[in-house]
Design a protein around this ligand. Structure first.
Ligand code: HEM
Length: 215
């Protein structure tokens, strides 16, 4: 069993399996000292049909990889654009961050804005590199990442859907004519897979949090 070579250039990240797991499963910052009160109900879609490695056809995988090679040339800028688009589509998401009252140039230079914007695209790179081993190598780290967002006060699981909408809209804008219906369908599958796992983790952790910390 092997991994695809990383095609991402600008983040200078080693997408080895260890790095991928260390990145996602590390336990710093969030929820380490117990859960904050969670106000939101998870709104889960039934995405179980995505529970296998054949989510994408061979051709779809190829299209996604090729387009990712184009996109990953300007990964840093894409991360920022995705983040800003999320704020446009759902302004309440910005209130979750310490930079909620920061705008314009100061916002896009804010260290936390830069950190989370990298995360958005870094995860996609990790998954694209493992399209042949989604269940084996991506499912669990994504579930763990989904769990982490439970400890963020005010986070709603449908924010993960906003993430899909933001990415699709930025990919369309960046890829222009390359972004065909076929490619769009392939990317939807990848993103729905990612989000289905994030939500799975979110729901599991939410049940634990509300069991030990009833409202
Ligand atoms: C609109 C959707 C999302 C919102 C509003 C959101 C919000 C947050 C917030 C407020 C934090 C804690 C502060 C911070 O560390 O920056 C956080 C942490 C994090 N988020 Fe998100 N997030 C969203 C979606 C995602 C997605 C889709 C990914 C990856 C694909 C992701 C990856 C992470 C990671 C890796 C952390 C750090 C976890 C840790 O400390 O170990 N987030 N997120």
């Amino acid at each position: 069993m092997g991994c695809q070579q990383s095609t991402s250039k600008s983040l200078e990240v080693d997408y080895s399996k260890e790095d991928w797991f260390a990145f996602l499963v590390r336990t710093q910052n969030m929820g380490a000292n117990g859960f904050k009160k969670v106000k939101s109900e998870p709104l889960l879609n039934n995405l179980n049909y995505l529970n296998n490695d054949d989510v994408l056809t061979i051709r779809e995988k190829q299209l996604v990889r090729e387009s990712w090679t184009l996109l990953s040339i300007k990964l840093k800028s894409l991360g920022k654009q995705v983040f800003l688009r999320i704020f446009e589509l759902r302004p309440s998401t910005k209130n979750l961050f310490p930079f909620k009252t920061v705008w314009g140039d100061k916002l896009i230079k804010h260290p936390l804005f830069l950190t989370h914007s990298k995360r958005f695209v870094k995860v996609i790179g990790c998954v694209v590199d493992r399209l042949d081993y989604l269940q084996e190598e991506c499912a669990q780290p994504l579930i763990e990442l989904g769990k982490k967002h439970v400890s963020i006060e005010g986070f709603l699981p449908d924010y993960y859907d906003v993430y899909i909408r933001a990415i699709i809209s930025i990919w369309k804008q960046e890829l222009k004519d390359v972004y065909t219906n076929e490619l769009s369908e392939a990317w939807h599958k990848v993103l729905v897979y990612i989000v289905s796992k994030l939500k799975e983790g979110y729901e599991t952790e939410w049940k634990v949090a509300t069991y030990f910390n009833p409202q």
